[in-house]
Structure formats: structure tokens, C-alpha cells
Design a protein around this ligand. Structure first.
Ligand code: PHE
Length: 454
């Protein structure tokens, strides 16, 4: 299908660039901050097991489907569904995606701001010589502060906007290519230090020996939500990025490669963190502060600790940046293409409005801690609604769309590049998008939200 608008559209420049950009979106705080803290709260190995199931049987099909929709239409999610299903309500998936992008950006960028604070603190020398209790106190004191979390949030929002300003190739692509490999190396160094601490084995047992009695509806729903969050799927981020992928790229193999790297990074982050938690006497269930409390302890226990801490927090911030730009891109592409706005104007309007919500979110462990709904503060509410509800719901409709609505020929053409590859996996893919993925998501919803009981 050619680009009917006739405007030369920006695209990624080649195979490595595509995988790097999509991996840049997928790999971020979701892997290094969120995966460990959720694993710690939800029973360790049991959570990991359920998570891996969803990554393979739901994550890969949804990601591949998003690529198909994006590349076939060369549009933002809303426009893509309008084009493939004119006059039908499927475009609502695109609207929900824009809403989810808005909400995710508002809390994700807050955590990205936390990484800047820790970068600053490590340069200032304040991360050394502190025990576990002091590091916990430092984290709590920081998130309760009425200014600092907001300030760092705004700095990070500004950085994100600056990159989106310049578009796909000059902005997004350039930054992702070198950073991910560097982060991987640093994480591996951390793993080595962590597993060689005295008493580390208990942490490996916690992470890799599933205690199946820990599995309950909440654990399953959280694992499903985390698989969507970590892979950047269910809200059209990868429809948007898919629309920048050239016609000669292999979509299914790119998706599998990204899913494999994303999962690897999450597991490696787990190996860096849990052995240290057990060896250094922290608590696995410390919540969102987990990595900010534990990793500084690990750095103190290694040679050149401050150097590594500084490098780590700056790389983590950059990994977060390649994710925030992909989230902002969903909103910008929508506004630019559907509301006919200039790209730059769209970027500014999106940034300013997300910032308004983000400021409230940044203060939700401090001055606005009392602002609660159903026992959750603004931060927790945004996190829960997007990750556990909106993304899986979006994913459910995306696979239903590909599996039951869209002409299978179109999917086949996209996945075989008009017959250039054999596509031996196609029957399996169809089976997954028609039955396995939708049934799994629907079942988790009904069970996890307490609508059915087993
Ligand atoms: N996947 C990103 C991460 O793990 C976060 C993200 C979620 C990005 C949804 C885009 C869309 O850090």
C-alpha cells in the first residue's frame, strides 16, 4: 500500500535502526525499575514464570500485529484503524492509545526524573557511606520533597520534547543505537558484583525457584500488565513505530528479537538486584523505591563504586529517554496527522498538557499524598489503570482486529513482504492471534478483576 497522502514520510534507515529504536522504546524503566519491584512484591519466581508465559504467547503476537497495522497504513494508530476499517469503531483503540500515552508519560517521566536526582546525588558524592536504612530514608525524603521531584520531572519532559521536535531519523534513531549495548554491559557488571556477595544465593532462589502457591488473580493481572508495559504494546506505540519501518524489513523477526532483548534485560536486572537484596539485608517488597535503595548499596560494595553509580544512573536516564520519546510520539503523530498540526506545534501542546498532569503526579508522594482514589494516590492510579487495564484492553482489540476482522491476505503480505519470505510461522501466528492471545487476556481480566472465581 502506498502512502496516499503523497507526503514523503520519515522512516528508520535500516534493520539495525528499527530493532534499536523499538528496543529503545521497550527497554527502559519498565525493565530495570518496574520489573524488579513488581517481582519483589508478587512472589519472585512465580511472578517471573507467569510473566514469561504472557511475553511469549501474548506479547509477540500483539507486537507483530501492531507492526503489521502500522506499516500497512503508514499512519498513527487512530488514522491506521480509520484507514483499515472505515466507518467502524475500531479507531477507538487509537483514541484509548493516545489517552494511555498521556497517562503513562505523566508518571513514567516522574520516575525518569528520580534517576536524574540519583545521578546528581552520585556525582555530589551523597550515595557513598550510607547503610540500607539511610538509603531508604534518602529515597523517602526525596519523593516527599515538595519541589525536587517536580523539578526533575520538568527537566526530563523538556529533554523528551527536544528530541521529538526533530523527528524520527535525526531525533529518535540517533540516540538509541549506542546506548542500549552500553547499558547491557553495565548491568552485567552489576550482576557479577551482586551474585558474588555473601548470601547472594537466596536471591537467586527467590527469583528462579517459583513457589506456585504465590500465584493468585492479582499476581496474574500484574504480570500481564507488566508484559504489556515492558514491551511498549497495547497502545499503538508500535503501530506508530511500525509506520516508520521500511517495506523490506522482516516484521516478525524484528518483533521476536525485540521481545527477546527486552526480556533478557529484565531478567538481568533481576539478577543484579535480588541477590543483593538478600545479601545486604533489604526487603524484596520495598515497592517503587527498590532499585533506588538497593543498587546504591551494591555500588558501595564494589571498587570504583561512585564511578559505576554515576554511569549507571545516567544510562538509566537515557534508557528512559528512548522510551519517553516513543510515548510522546504517539500523541504527536496523532495530533500532527489527524488534527493537521505542524509537528513542532503538536510537540509543544502535548508536552505542556502532559506536564500539567505530571506535576500533580510528581507531588503524589509528597504534598498531594492525601489525594487518593480507591486507596491509590495519583501516581499509583495512573500506573494501575494504564498498565493493568488500558494496555491489555488495547492489546485484546488489536489481536481481535488482526485475527478476526482484517483480511488475512493483507497480514500475510506484510509478514512475508509480499511473498519474499516463506512465512512458515504464519499458521502459528494466526492461531495465536485468533485464539490463544485473546482468550488469555480476556480470562485474566475476568479472573484478575474478580469477575469470575475459579
Ligand atoms: N516499555 C517501556 C519501558 O519498559 C515503557 C513504555 C510503555 C514505553 C508503553 C512505551 C509505551 O520502560
Amino acid at each position: 500500500m502506498s502512502n496516499s497522502s503523497g507526503i514523503e514520510r520519515d522512516s528508520f534507515s535500516g534493520r539495525f535502526a528499527v530493532v534499536a529504536a523499538v528496543a529503545g522504546s521497550a527497554i527502559g524503566l519498565g525493565n530495570i525499575w518496574r520489573f524488579p519491584y513488581l517481582t519483589g512484591e508478587n512472589g519472585g519466581g512465580a511472578f517471573l514464570l507467569v510473566y514469561l508465559f504472557f511475553v511469549v504467547f501474548v506479547g509477540i503476537p500483539v507486537m507483530t500485529s501492531e507492526f503489521v497495522i502500522g506499516r500497512a497504513t503508514q499512519r498513527n494508530p487512530y488514522g491506521a484503524f480509520k484507514k483499515l476499517a472505515p466507518g467502524k469503531p475500531w479507531y477507538l483503540i487509537g483514541i484509548m492509545g493516545v489517552a494511555a500515552a498521556f497517562m503513562i508519560l505523566a508518571f513514567y517521566t516522574v520516575v525518569a526524573g528520580w534517576t536524574l536526582e540519583y545521578f546528581y546525588q552520585s556525582v555530589a558524592g551523597n550515595l557513598s557511606g550510607k547503610n540500607d536504612a539511610e538509603l531508604t530514608q534518602m529515597f523517602d525524603g526525596f519523593v516527599k520533597n515538595p519541589f525536587r521531584p517536580m523539578l526533575w520531572f520538568l527537566v526530563f519532559m523538556g529533554l523528551t520534547a527536544m528530541i521529538n521536535f526533530s523527528g524520527v531519523k535525526n531525533g529518535i534513531e540517533k540516540y538509541t543505537k549506542i546506548l542500549m549495548p552500553l547499558l547491557l554491559i553495565l548491568l552485567i557488571i552489576l550482576c557479577i558484583r551482586s551474585v558474588t556477595l555473601k548470601g547472594a544465593a537466596a536471591g537467586l532462589t527467590f527469583l528462579f525457584r517459583p513457589d506456585l502457591s504465590k500465584i493468585n488473580p492479582q499476581v496474574i493481572l500484574t504480570a500481564l500488565g507488566q508484559s504489556f508495559f515492558s514491551l511498549s504494546i497495547g497502545m499503538g506505540t508500535l503501530i506508530t513505530y511500525g509506520s516508520y519501518i521500511k517495506k523490506d524489513e522482516n516484521l516478525a523477526s524484528s518483533a521476536s528479537l525485540v521481545v527477546a532483548s527486552d526480556t533478557l534485560i529484565a531478567v538481568i536486572a533481576g539478577i543484579a538486584i535480588f541477590p543483593a537484596v538478600f545479601a545486604l539485608g533489604g526487603s524484596a517488597a520495598s515497592g517503587p523505591g527498590l532499585v533506588f535503595i538497593i543498587l546504591p548499596s551494591v555500588f558501595q560494595n564494589m571498587p570504583l563504586g561512585i564511578f559505576f553509580a554515576t554511569l549507571f544512573f545516567i544510562l538509566l536516564a537515557l534508557a528512559a529517554l528512548t522510551s519517553t520519546i516513543s510515548v510522546l510520539e504517539v500523541i504527536v503523530a496523532f495530533m500532527a496527522e489527524e488534527l493537521n498540526m505542524a509537528r513542532r506545534k503538536a510537540t509543544i501542546i502535548a508536552t505542556v498538557s502532559v506536564s500539567a498532569l505530571g506535576i500533580i503526579t510528581a507531588l503524589s508522594y509528597g504534598p498531594l499524598a492525601g489525594l487518593k482514589l480507591a486507596g491509590k494516590n495519583v501516581f499509583e492510579l495512573l500506573e494501575y489503570l494504564t498498565s493493568n487495564i488500558m494496555l491489555p484492553l488495547g492489546g485484546l482489540f488489536i489481536v481481535l482486529f488482526i485475527g478476526w476482522f482484517l483480511n488475512p491476505e493483507l497480514t500475510k503480505n506484510e509478514l512475508t513482504n509480499d511473498g519474499k519470505f516463506k512465512g512458515r510461522f504464519l499458521p502459528l501466528f494466526r492461531f495465536l492471534v485468533r485464539y490463544i492471545a485473546p482468550v488469555a487476556i480476556a480470562a485474566v481480566f475476568l479472573y484478575g478483576l474478580g469477575i469470575i472465581k475459579l
